[in-house]
Design a binder for this molecule. Structure first.
Ligand code: ADP
Ligand code: MG
Length: 700
């Protein structure tokens, strides 16, 4: 018998290869995975009611033997099927009913022991009890298990309810979890330093692990269900501590490295500034000052710049890049999409025209010549996509890295790019507006500046919601807008129509617009168009020769054409809030009034809420809040977005207080003991939690 937390679930009693593969579908492969597969809710079965003692209109748990199970169709409505199960516990009879779920017939059999949980109602005849649509569990399904545990874990107590997958019943899952929990817990050692445990009076780790699965008392039922029982809090604390220790270690490691200390003379940056048709906003000036200070200091800069769409992050980045170039270093800008990289390239080229710099673009599609220039130092400013971090790309002397729209990149990619230089300074730009405390915690290894001011003379974009029958108004709006000299984006969810969906598509849309507006030039851009052609189209849109640009979400981030004043999003219900906000952010970038039209072909509740939020506000912070509310923090902060490890127990919104405490303790601990030499268990749990991500930083 193995008891290591990393052992396969196959070692759990009652788990063979078949169940192991079912568990794997739930992401449970090891004992640790099982231990942290927490119940998503708990049921109080500590007080099972006798049928004779049931009361109407109360939630109750009853248990009994199936007397009869049948599908009934009322004679007046023959298509309508009611599935009825009659049970008895010796004290009386109770009828359970489900409507239009005839498959239940295959599940319930006469003679089975079952548990029902639900609202008890008076039978419509006014005599006898009914329970409608109850949650159910078949108790004597697993013949092979006959130990005394059974009754004790499935009824007569607070019972955990787990997320399942097809082929695994609640009861089987519960038995598996019981056996996992009771096998492993005795071997668990507490990694958290005892001073911290004492200071916050944390409950014992083993006790907590046991109780989140099989609570010993009904005392905390509500808290258990909300995931805030003392036991949950203990586990959340541990998880967040490990998380923050990782960040603290990364930060400590980075500060300790020797970076470049730039001594700029402002020669190039100054020239760009004097060429600009506008003055920097106060917020831009302030952030730029933060950056320059970092660049002059000898430790490597790792600064996150947050600013809503349109707040003018690019110019700040560009001034920083020029600062590095002034000092004889190369600067690289990495963008998440080819279109955005191309945009930056065109844009920056234009802005730096008379500075005599060598600017290069490196995307997946263009290579050899660029690679040589980058390696030989012939390139001063290199703009690119992920292509920049591929093997074979070497820089002569990379001094500054700018990562645009960082939510599209993981921590890993950032680190790989950094390794292309010797501790270059790094600037990370994001338009994902999240509350400051959360930003600090999520990106805890970074310093942080916000551009919290939009350039002057921006009129807030007005947003209108259209339903299908109003869609012809869109033509009028486009006509008006283009008459005034404005340009238009029309965004579709897909490139071409297909049998699989009945979504409207960009290719068809483009034809329709061209037909309707023969005197205007309509362009089409999407991921399947060749890069060179795409660059050409963007150039034409930018210089105004294309009036209407039909596209997919390839233009979602970063694209900047100030003369575009109308954004039309077709099938707006298909897009997420963050995405809608980004898309809308493509307009409203100049001083002319801009509009956004959301065309919906019918929306589910969540989508309706998203659209309503979009109509109501243009404030990125509010939108992010709503997004968090709608999607839940799990998805919002998913690994893909933040590049951070997944949290299994803690919830960044619910557990903000715990997060702050954990952060404080973690940073203090690393300050005192940078390598955690005296806390081997803690080190181990950080390594387990962070996996490869932290390895990378150790060697970075
Ligand atoms: P984002 O923060 O979304 O990346 P950009 O950097 O693309 O925003 O800037 C949006 C637009 O605002 C650009 O057209 C840019 O030239 C313009 N801009 C940036 N800073 C200022 C400013 N201080 N005053 C006026 N316009 C500005
Ligand atoms: Mg940008």
């Amino acid at each position: 018998m193995q008891n290591d937390l990393t052992s396969s679930v196959q070692y759990i009693k009652g788990v063979g290869p078949r169940r192991a593969s079912l568990l794997a579908r739930l992401g449970i492969q090891t004992f640790r995975d099982a231990l942290f597969h927490l119940p998503y809710r708990y049921e109080d079965r500590s007080s099972i009611k006798k049928i004779a003692h049931l009361k109407y209109d109360e939630l109750n748990t009853v248990t009994g033997k199936v007397v009869k199970a049948d599908i009934i169709s009322p004679s007046r409505r023959p298509k309508f099927k009611i599935f009825e199960v009659l049970i008895t516990d010796g004290s009386g009879l109770l009828k359970a009913k489900w409507f239009n779920q005839p498959y239940l017939k295959r599940i319930f059999k006469q003679g089975q022991e079952v548990v029902f949980y639900g609202m008890v109602k008076l039978n419509y005849r006014g005599a006898g009890f009914e329970i409608i649509n109850p949650e159910y569990e078949i108790i004597d399904e697993i013949v092979e298990e006959n130990s005394s545990d059974i009754d004790h874990i499935h009824t007569g107590r607070i019972v955990p309810v787990y997320r399942l997958t097809e082929g695994l019943s609640q009861r089987q899952m519960r038995s598996i979890m019981y056996s996992a929990v009771s096998t492993v817990i005795p071997f668990i050692s507490d990694p958290v330093p005892s001073e911290i445990i004492k200071k916050y009076n944390l409950p014992d780790l083993r006790e907590s692990l046991y109780n989140v699965h099989f609570p010993e008392s009904a005392l905390y039922l509500d808290d258990l269900n909300r995931g805030v029982s003392p036991y949950h809090q203990r586990l959340s604390f541990d998880e967040l501590l490990t998380f923050q220790l990782g960040l603290a270690a990364i930060k400590k490691g980075e500060i300790a490295e020797k970076g470049i200390s730039f001594s700029p003379d402002g020669r190039l940056a100054g020239r760009l500034l004097s060429n600009l048709p506008f003055k920097l906003t106060g917020a831009q000036e302030r952030v730029l000052k933060d950056i320059l200070k970092d660049m002059q200091s000898p430790s490597p800069m790792n600064r996150l710049i947050q600013g809503d769409v349109g707040s003018g992050k690019t110019i700040v980045a560009l001034l920083s890049m020029l600062t590095a170039v002034e000092c004889g270093y190369q600067s690289a800008l990495m963008a998440p999409t080819e279109i955005l990289a191309e945009q930056h390239y065109i844009n920056i080229h234009g802005l730096l025209e008379d500075l005599g710099l060598r600017i290069h673009l490196l995307t997946g599609s263009k290579r050899n010549k660029e690679l040589e220039s980058i390696a030989s130092g012939d390139a001063d400013i290199i703009i690119g996509t992920h292509a920049l971090i591929q093997e074979g790309v070497t820089f002569k002397n990379l001094g500054l890295i700018v990562i645009d729209e960082q939510h599209r990149f993981g921590v890993m990619q950032r680190a790989v790019l950094r390794k292309k230089g010797t501790n270059p300074d790094t600037l990370i730009m994001t338009a994902t507006p999240i509350p400051r405390t959360l930003a600090l915690t999520l990106y805890g290894d970074l310093d942080y500046s916000v551009i919290d001011e939009l350039p002057p003379n921006r009129n807030p974009i007005t947003t209108i919601l259209f339903y299908e029958k109003q869609k012809n108004h869109i033509y009028e709006l486009i006509e008006d807008e283009t008459k005034k000299g404005g340009q238009v984006y029309v965004v579709y969810p897909i490139i071409e129509e297909s049998d699989k969906t009945n979504l409207k598509a960009a290719v068809t849309g483009m034809k329709a617009f061209q037909q309707r507006f023969p005197y205007l030039k309509v362009g089409l851009i999407h991921g399947r168009i060749k890069p060179l052609e795409r660059e050409e189209i963007m150039k034409e849109f930018k210089n105004g020769s294309i009036h209407i640009l039909v596209s997919t979400t390839v233009i979602e981030v970063g694209v900047d054409v100030p003369n575009a004043t109308l954004m039309v999003i077709i099938h707006a219900e298909r897009f997420g809030l963050a995405q809608l906000h980004q898309l809308r952010g493509r307009v409203g970038r100049g001083s002319n009034q801009s509009h956004c039209v959301l065309l919906t072909y019918g929306a589910a509740d969540d989508a309706k809420r998203r659209l309503a939020v979009m109509v109501e506000t243009t404030d990125g912070f509010r939108i992010a809040d709503e997004d968090l509310n709608i999607r839940g923090p799990g998805e919002f902060f998913g690994t893909r977005q933040s590049g951070m490890p997944d949290l299994r127990v803690a919830n960044l919104l619910r557990d903000v207080k715990i997060l702050e405490t954990a952060r404080k303790e973690a940073f203090a601990l690393i300050e005192k003991e940078p390598t955690l030499a005296n806390y081997p268990h803690l080190r181990k749990s950080i390594e387990d939690f962070w996996g490869k991500r932290i390895e990378l930083f150790k060697t970075a």
